[in-house]
Every structure is written in structure tokens, then in C-alpha cells.
Write a protein that binds this ligand. Structure first.
Ligand code: SF4
Length: 220
């Protein structure tokens, strides 16, 4: 079974060669040390959302009036959607799966992805990888039989040193961005990714990463 997630699909779009090496040769992209802060904030926010649900709140107070719906109240359903195995079989040997942060229920009953993002600065633009990630989640919801819509919401929790409040210097601000999802584009990319995995030919490298060009220069 070939298992593809929204993040691995983004890595395919960024560099088909790295994706091919990972899936066919089990060679992973070179790793680098990274901060544990985003993961820690992510876990804390999930616990906070669950607490709000338990209290019967429609939304956390920070998000009130900013979103066109409320948190899905069924905690069991949210727990199921947070598993990395939440997905669907694209074909007999291909599965597309990924864990959502949370789900928003709109007034017409549609379920749309809600994702928390942590940033050190105010948001300037939505990166294409986030649009594809949300589109992947929308596709997974649709293929699991939920009524959905081509919408998703990113909740940015960010710091802003330019308007710092010295009585609470690490206070996270909140900004919401709506994303128009493109599930059909995701499906098309999944099929392209599968054909790359099934090929014996190593594809070209992408342009956004400098590891291979760097290595090529120092080790000709
Ligand atoms: S260029 Fe970067 S992403 Fe592409 S194969 Fe090399 S290490 Fe992987």
C-alpha cells in the first residue's frame, strides 16, 4: 500500500526527486535541528479546543466573531479525524491520509478543515503549501462522506514585537485566513505522484532546495 499524506504530496510538488528517493529507496531528505516550540503550541491548542468543547462552547473566546461556524462538538469524531490514518483508498494500493487539527461546522452543516499555525510575526501571505494541505484535508472529508465545501480556515497564532504589550510580552495574537480549497487539483497531484513512485527512473530535482546543487559543487 502506497500511503501519501498532504505534507508528503507537498514534498512531491517541491522536489519529485526527493519524493521518489523516499518512497522507492527509503532515503529521507537531510534533516536539520528544529525548534520544538511549534509542536508544543500545536498540542496545547488542541487541548484548549477540546477543553472548550467539553465546556459546551461554540468557539474558543479568541475566535468568537471571526469564523462563520462553530467547532464540531463530537469529541470522538474529532479524535478520529486527528489520527494520521484518517483518509481514504484512492485505489487498491494507494491511500491518501492525514490528521486534521480540528473541524468547523458551518450553518448549512458542511464540515470544513480548521488548522492552527504558529508564527513569530504577523501574517503577510498564505503559502501555497498551506492551501494544498487544506485542499487535501477537504478531499479527505469529502471522500469520507461528509458534507463539505471548498473552504478551509487557517488560524494564525502569532507574536508581534512592534506592538508588544510589556505586561504580557509573549501574548499570542490571532488572525484568521480563509482558503478556497482545490480538492480536484490534489487528486490530480496524487495520481502524478503515484506514477513517479511506480517509475524506475529518478526524476529531476526541484528548484526550492539547495542540498543537491550544493553537494554537486563540493563533490563533483
Ligand atoms: S534537491 Fe533537496 S529536496 Fe531535492 S532531492 Fe536533493 S535534497 Fe531532496
Amino acid at each position: 500500500m502506497i500511503k501519501i499524506s498532504p505534507s508528503s504530496l507537498n514534498s512531491f510538488i517541491e522536489c519529485p526527486r526527493c519524493f521518489w528517493l523516499r518512497y522507492t529507496k527509503n532515503i529521507q531528505h537531510p534533516d536539520a535541528p528544529s525548534s520544538t516550540l511549534p509542536n508544543g503550541v500545536d498540542y496545547s491548542l488542541k487541548a484548549y479546543y477540546d477543553h472548550c468543547r467539553e465546556q459546551g462552547l461554540v468557539l474558543p473566546s479568541e475566535l468568537e466573531g471571526l469564523l462563520p461556524g462553530g467547532l464540531v462538538q463530537d469529541q470522538g469524531l474529532v479524535d478520529r479525524m486527528r489520527k494520521t490514518t484518517f483518509g481514504f483508498d484512492v485505489a487498491e494500493d494507494i491511500r491518501f491520509q492525514g490528521a486534521l487539527d480540528d473541524v468547523l461546522e458551518l450553518s448549512d452543516g458542511a464540515m470544513v478543515p480548521l488548522d492552527n499555525k504558529t508564527k513569530g510575526f504577523p501574517v503577510k501571505e498564505i503559502h501555497w503549501t498551506q492551501i494544498m494541505q487544506m485542499s487535501g484535508y477537504a478531499l479527505i472529508l469529502r471522500e469520507n462522506g461528509f458534507k463539505t465545501a471548498n473552504r478551509a480556515f487557517l488560524v494564525y497564532w502569532f507574536l508581534d514585537h512592534k506592538t508588544i504589550d510589556f505586561s504580557d510580552p509573549l501574548h499570542f495574537r490571532v488572525a484568521i485566513e480563509e482558503v478556497e480549497t482545490k480538492p480536484e487539483e490534489v487528486m490530480q497531484k496524487i495520481m502524478e505522484a503515484v506514477s513517479v513512485i511506480k517509475s524506475d527512473v529518478m526524476p529531476e530535482q526541484g528548484e526550492s532546495c539547495q542540498f543537491c546543487p550544493y553537494r554537486g559543487i563540493i563533490i563533483p
